[in-house]
Design a protein around this ligand. Structure first.
Ligand SMILES: NC(=O)c1ccc[n+]([C@@H]2O[C@H](COP(=O)([O-])OP(=O)(O)OC[C@H]3O[C@@H](n4cnc5c(N)ncnc54)[C@H](O)[C@@H]3O)[C@@H](O)[C@H]2O)c1
Length: 343
């Protein structure tokens, strides 16, 4: 058998289990990714790490330092909460491991830039968890936006509040734009290019019955892109019992495109309407591609490299900075990069 990629996981919570599903056996009992094997798993929580270890016949660890020291791993997934990126990526890079890091890749831009530089220096395969880039209709959206002059867009991530303990505080999650709507910011950058200016307004006080809650209930982030496109990204976590909206509505000279997050897209032109529903397991494709990139030593097939995640982090941290300063316009093509790194 050809070389099998040996994988270790740091963090065995919600999103790790999403990835675990892609390394499980298929309905015929064969591994979905036969070229890879999860050999070591690590979590601070005993029940989680033991369950993951039993699922894959992997070795459980309570400390990632011990895991990275003792195991000879080819690749590491980092699936910890946003505030917990305490150096694990740098240690994995030192050991020569290829790296998959869940978004947001950190809360500190300085640290994320350090990881980005170290990955580039060692030429390691790297990916970040923006799985929407692997939707089968993503190329159609990109092509349509390109052929038509875009005026502006409205984007949304509006729903309820995730139950994990760390989500409700800015210092542990980064707030909704950084932790959650970052997927939408990523798709906007993927469709429209680089962002040069960010201005944001947030409000608090809608949710009053959640203990230890300390972030915006609602925010509106105005964006200007290098090519002149403008748009607003809304975040809201205050809706109870359904009725939210996730996606992007794009208005162009040639009609309208409505992207419904991870579900489908509808394009309305003067003489026709095109509707596409998602037809692939894009999460599976994200992990398949990571392994293929490692085996073929081809970083170019990764649609969501770590460097893109760093740009998304910079945009969303700039939104926080603007919100905290009464809607001050933050330029990303100027010295904001330096300021954000210090946060
Ligand atoms: N791509 C996506 O669609 C998506 C979806 C959900 C979450 N996420 C992201 O994934 C990350 C994790 O979210 P989650 O929902 O899995 O959280 P979670 O709380 O369910 O799991 C995080 C796990 O990491 C463990 N952990 C923290 N520090 C550790 C350390 N030093 N060593 C070992 N284990 C450690 C915790 O004990 C916990 O079990 C977050 O950044 C989140 O934004 C991405």
């Amino acid at each position: 058998m050809a070389k099998q990629v040996k994988i270790g996981f740091i963090g065995c919570g919600g999103i790790a289990n999403f990835h675990f599903g892609h390394y499980d056996k298929d309905k015929n009992g064969n591994p979905k990714i036969p070229e890879a094997k999860i050999v070591a798993v690590c979590d601070k929580l005993e029940d989680r790490v033991n369950a993951a270890a039993a699922r894959f016949g992997a070795k459980p660890y309570a400390s990632y330092k011990e895991m990275l020291s003792k195991e000879k791993l080819d690749a590491v997934y980092v699936c910890v909460e946003p505030c917990a990126h305490d150096g694990m990526e740098m240690m994995a890079i030192e050991k020569g491991c290829h790296l998959f890091v869940e978004k947001p890749v950190a809360l500190n831009l300085d640290y994320a830039k350090k990881v980005e530089a170290a990955l580039a220096k060692k030429k390691l395969i790297n990916a970040a968890g923006f799985q929407d880039r692997y939707l089968d209709f993503e190329p159609t959206m990109k092509a349509w936006v390109k052929q038509s002059k875009v005026g502006f867009f409205n984007a949304y991530w509006v729903g309820g509040m995730p139950g994990v303990w760390w989500w409700r505080r800015r210092d542990t999650s980064g707030g909704q734009a950084v932790e959650q709507t970052i997927h939408t910011f990523d798709m906007c950058r993927n469709l429209f290019g680089e962002i040069v200016a960010v201005q944001a307004f947030g409000r608090r006080g809608i949710i009053t019955d959640v203990e230890n809650y300390d972030t915006e209930d609602a925010s509106a982030v105005n964006l200007t892109f290098a090519n002149g496109i403008i748009g607003t990204v809304y975040s809201g976590c205050f809706i109870r019992g359904g009725g939210g909206k996730n996606g992007i509505d794009v208005y162009t000279m040639n009609g309208r495109m409505e992207y419904v997050e991870r579900r489908g897209v509808t394009i309305t032109e003067p003489n026709r309407t095109i509707s596409i529903q998602v037809g692939n397991d894009f999460g599976q494709e994200e992990d398949d591609t990571f392994i293929e990139a490692i085996l073929t030593k081809d970083q170019s097939i990764i649609k969501s490299p770590y460097s893109e995640a760093v740009k998304n982090l910079q945009v969303t941290l700039a939104a926080n900075e603007s919100m905290d300063n009464g809607g001050k316009v933050i330029r990303l093509d100027g010295d904001c990069a330096k300021r954000c790194r210090k946060r």
